[in-house]
Design a protein around this ligand. Structure first.
Ligand code: ADP
Length: 403
């Protein structure tokens, strides 16, 4: 491969920017880092070049423009500045692409306007993503900026699964439907699972369980997503670190009318003070597991049991949605590391052809690996996710279709 082979991946959040510079020849991370606490007094930049020492700077970054300028300076100090002819594209993670964006898209003014029109359905995420794109465009106006959407992989979900059973006119007016999130990860992991099994993704039905701070499940039939657990927002579905996942919508009315909580307070409760944190005062699964194992702590036990119970409900539901399941893939922080969660989520499912081997499950590794018994009809695997690489690949393929 010759010419421009590098992609800078940017993930701009409300007060942070994470980035990786990836060489698409072999997937080498030439640099990785983040700027956090943008707009606060004590901001922080951490930059790690390939083969070099980690550099850290604690100073204020007034806004995203200042943060990205600092990132550009760090990259330039390694001799890999944004002006490098080897840079093929900048790939941007964009959380909400609505119904319109079904694939990675080169950013134009019209595309930016459309991403802006989606702010009402993603008020926490899309504004920061837009800022990231605008600043990067200002720094390299001639370079393709590619938006890669968290929702895109889920746009194939059939209408009967994407619709809430509410008045169609009201739903359409306010764009209320199930969009799903973590799509880049579900897409990457479902394909990586096929690779691990030496199978063609087109002939494989996979349930992907992305269990990070946020958590979601998806059912992927022959490489195409047919169902996922997050909805209009990333609140629906599994029990998460700080999010409740599924609740009866009546809970919201009740807390407002009877509990006297405002809509903003309920939003904060369900998104930031629920899930493992709400049940056990702690959102990190490592700490929950430690409290269960070392102290037999009842609150931690309840949180773990509720987490696993919800996971099993989705596993069973997606089994029925797919009809035939070839593989179940665990990924992200909890999925890749928490053997007890994987064991509990799959226990007693021999009748469904799911048998996890306790020894294989307890192996600690950063590699994709099978953890089911040889005779298990469904292959259960741990498949590390790599959203940055997927974003870089999608952006690169779009601007260099021949590679
Ligand atoms: P994010 O959704 O923020 O990208 P990650 O995918 O990195 O998050 O997952 C973070 C979570 O993974 C942590 O909050 C923690 O609960 C969990 N985790 C990480 N390592 C372990 C471990 N060894 N055992 C159990 N849980 C872990």
């Amino acid at each position: 491969m010759t010419g421009a082979t590098r992609v800078l991946v940017l993930n701009a959040g409300s007060s942070s920017v994470k980035y990786q510079l990836i060489d698409m020849v072999d997937g080498t991370r030439l640099a990785a880092g983040l700027v956090e606490r943008i707009g606060e007094h004590a901001g922080r930049l951490v930059h790690t070049p390939h083969g070099g020492d980690r550099r850290e700077a604690v100073r204020p970054f007034a806004d995203h423009a200042a943060a990205l300028k600092a990132v550009a300076e760090e990259l330039a100090a390694d001799g890999r500045g944004l002006d490098s002819p080897e840079l093929a594209a900048i790939g941007h993670r964009v959380v909400h692409g609505g119904k319109r964006f079904t694939a990675p898209t080169v950013v134009t003014d019209e595309v930016l306007t459309e991403i802006r029109r989606l702010v009402p359905v993603a008020p926490l995420h899309n504004p920061a993503n837009i800022t990231g794109i605008e600043v990067a465009r200002g720094l390299r106006p001639d370079l393709p900026q590619v938006a890669v959407f968290d929702t895109a992989f889920h746009t194939t979900i059939p209408e009967h699964a994407a619709r809430y059973a509410i008045d169609t006119a009201v739903a359409d007016r306010h764009r209320v439907r199930r969009y799903g999130f973590h799509g880049t990860s579900h897409q990457y992991v479902s394909r990586a699972t096929a690779r691990l099994l030496g199978r063609d993704p087109a002939e494989l039905n996979v349930i992907v369980l992305h269990l990070g701070n946020g958590a979601s499940a998806s059912a992927v039939a022959g490489g195409v997503c047919v169902e996922t657990s997050m909805g209009l927002t990333p609140l629906e579905g599994l029990v998460m670190g700080t999010r409740s996942g599924d609740v009866d919508a009546g809970v919201v009315f009740h807390l407002h009318r009877v509990g006297g909580l405002s809509v903003d307070e309920i939003d904060d409760l369900l998104n930031r003070r629920s899930g493992l944190l709400g049940l056990a005062g702690e959102n990190d699964m490592r700490e929950i597991l430690r409290r269960v194992e070392e102290q037999d702590d009842p609150a931690a036990r309840l949180a773990l049991d509720a987490y696993v119970h919800r996971l099993r409900k989705y596993l069973g539901a997606y089994y029925a949605v797919l009809g035939r399941v070839d593989a179940i893939a665990f990924t992200a922080g909890v999925g890749e590391n928490a053997a007890p969660v994987r064991a509990a989520a799959t226990a007693g499912l021999t009748e469904l052809g799911i048998v996890v081997d306790p020894e294989l499950n307890s192996v600690r590794s950063t590699e994709a690996r099978v953890i089911s018994a040889e005779y298990s009809r469904v292959t259960v695997a741990v498949v590390p996710t790599d959203e940055e690489l997927e974003i870089a690949q999608q952006a690169f393929t779009l601007v260099h279709p021949s590679h």
